[in-house]
Design a protein around this ligand. Structure first.
Ligand SMILES: NC(=O)C1=CN([C@@H]2O[C@H](COP(=O)(O)OP(=O)(O)OC[C@H]3O[C@@H](n4cnc5c(N)ncnc54)[C@H](O)[C@@H]3O)[C@@H](O)[C@H]2O)C=CC1
Ligand SMILES: O=C(OP(=O)(O)O)[C@H](O)COP(=O)(O)O
Length: 341
C-alpha cells in the first residue's frame, strides 16, 4: 500500500484525498490544512488524519474543536508520496520540505514547470515520470488539451493546433474572483501560457493558444482547430476518441447545450460534487474540412486533473505502467461515461 499525503486541502486537494481513499493500492496518510475551516471539519468527519500546515497556527485547530494528528513535516515523513495541492507558488516553497524528507512529490499546474523533474499527463507521457523524484500535473486546461492531442498526434500527426480557451473566472467557492460583468482577453498577449505548457508534455508540437476570461464558474470551454498531417474524417475521429476513457463525447440527442446542463448531468449521474473527470466534447462539433479538425470541448477545472494525480503517484513509485494505472484509477473512481449503456 502506498501511503499518500495531501498538503493543501482546497478544491484540488480534497478531491485528490477522496480519490486516494478509493484506490486499492493506496492509503491516505493524512491531509494538511492551514486553518480549521469547514473543509478541515469535513476532513475530520471523513476520518482523514488532519495535520497543521503552518506550525504557528496548530493551536487554532484544538480551539475550534478539531483534533490534529501532528504538523505537516510529520505527514511528509510518514508519506511515501506527497501530493502538494497548495495555491500557485506555495508548492515551490514547499519543495525543500519534501526534499529534506526524501519524499517524492507531485505538484500542480499553477507551479512553474521547473518545480519538478517532469510535467505529467497520464495519457501522453506517463513513462517520463516513472522513478522520478517529482512530477507536476499540468493545469486543467493543459490536461484537457493533452488528452485529445495525444491520440490525434499518434494516429494522424499534428501539423498545427490552434485553440481559444474561454476560461471560467473562478471556481464556485472563489467568491472574490471575477470578472463579474465583463469579457477579458486574459492573458491579452499571445500565446497564452497554455501553449507553452502543452509543450512541456509535447516538446515538438506546433500550437498557438489564446485565452479569455468570462463571468462563469462551472467549466472552461475550448474552441479547438487542429491541422492534421494526414487525412481524417469526422467519423474516424469520433471512433478514435471513443477508445479514450477520459474523453466523453456528448451525444447530439442528450440536449446538453453547455456547462450548466453538463453539471446537472453529472449530479444526476451521482458523481461526487458533480465532478466531470473527463473532457466533455460536443460530438456534433467534431468537423473535418480537408485536414482541419474542429471541435468544442468543456473542461471541469475542479476535477479533470484528479485521475492524473492518482496516476502520477503510481508513476513516481513505479508500481504500474500507464495502461494498468489508468485502468485501476478508472475502476476505483468510476472514470468514463458510457452514455446510453
Ligand atoms: N481550481 C482549479 O481550477 C485548478 C487548480 N489547479 C492548481 O492546483 C493548485 C491548487 O489549487 P486549488 O485547489 O484551486 O486552490 P485552493 O485555494 O482551492 O486550495 C489550496 C489550499 O491550500 C491551502 N494552503 C495555503 N497555503 C498553504 C500552505 N503553506 N500549506 C498547506 N496548505 C496551504 C489553502 O488554505 C487551501 O485550502 C494550484 O497550483 C492551481 O493552479 C489545477 C487545475 C485546476
Ligand atoms: O490552471 C487553471 O487554469 P489555466 O490553465 O487557465 O491557468 C485552473 O483552472 C486554475 O486556474 P486559476 O489560476 O484561474 O485558478
Amino acid at each position: 500500500m502506498t501511503q499518500v499525503g495531501v498538503n493543501g486541502y482546497g478544491t484540488i486537494g480534497k478531491r485528490v484525498a477522496d480519490a486516494v481513499t478509493a484506490q486499492p493500492d493506496m492509503e491516505l496518510a493524512g491531509v494538511a490544512k492551514t486553518r480549521p475551516n469547514f473543509e478541515a471539519e469535513t476532513a475530520t468527519r471523513k476520518g482523514y488524519p488532519l495535520y497543521a500546515a503552518v506550525p504557528e497556527r496548530a493551536d487554532q485547530f484544538g480551539e475550534a474543536g478539531l483534533d490534529i494528528a501532528g504538523e505537516v513535516d510529520e505527514l511528509v515523513a510518514a508519506a511515501d508520496v506527497i501530493v502538494d495541492c497548495t495555491p500557485s507558488g506555495i508548492g515551490a516553497e514547499n519543495r525543500s520540505l519534501y526534499r529534506e524528507h526524501d519524499t517524492p512529490a507531485i505538484f500542480q499546474g499553477g507551479e512553474d514547470a521547473d518545480v519538478a523533474d517532469v510535467s505529467f499527463n497520464a495519457r501522453a507521457n506517463y513513462e517520463n515520470a516513472v522513478g522520478a523524484d517529482s512530477a507536476r500535473v499540468v493545469s486543467c486546461n493543459t490536461t484537457g488539451l493533452s488528452r485529445i492531442l495525444a491520440p490525434l498526434d499518434e494516429t494522424y500527426g499534428v501539423e498545427k493546433a490552434r485553440v481559444t480557451l474561454v476560461r471560467r473566472g473562478g471556481d464556485p467557492g472563489q467568491t472574490g474572483r471575477g470578472p463579474i460583468d465583463d469579457i477579458l482577453p486574459d492573458p491579452v498577449t499571445i500565446p497564452s501560457h497554455h501553449g507553452p505548457d502543452v509543450n512541456t508534455i509535447f516538446p515538438d508540437l506546433n500550437i498557438d493558444t489564446l485565452g479569455m476570461k468570462v463571468p462563469a464558474t462551472l467549466m472552461h470551454t475550448h474552441s479547438v482547430n487542429v491541422t492534421l498531417e494526414s487525412d481524417a474524417t469526422a467519423a474516424a475521429v469520433r471512433d478514435l476518441f471513443a477508445d479514450e476513457t477520459r474523453l466523453f463525447q456528448i451525444p447530439a440527442d442528450a440536449d446538453i447545450d453547455g456547462a450548466g446542463k453538463l453539471k446537472e448531468f453529472a449530479h444526476d449521474a451521482g458523481r461526487p460534487r458533480g465532478d466531470l473527470w473527463e473532457n466533455c466534447i460536443w460530438s456534433e462539433s467534431i468537423t473535418v474540412e480537408e485536414r482541419d479538425l474542429y471541435l468544442f470541448q468543456a473542461i471541469h477545472q475542479e476535477s479533470d486533473v484528479v485521475p492524473e494525480n492518482i496516476d502520477a503517484v503510481r508513476a513516481l513509485t513505479g508500481t504500474a505502467d500507464a495502461a494498468e494505472s489508468m485502468a485501476t484509477t478508472a475502476d476505483a473512481m468510476g472514470v468514463g461515461i458510457d452514455y446510453g449503456r
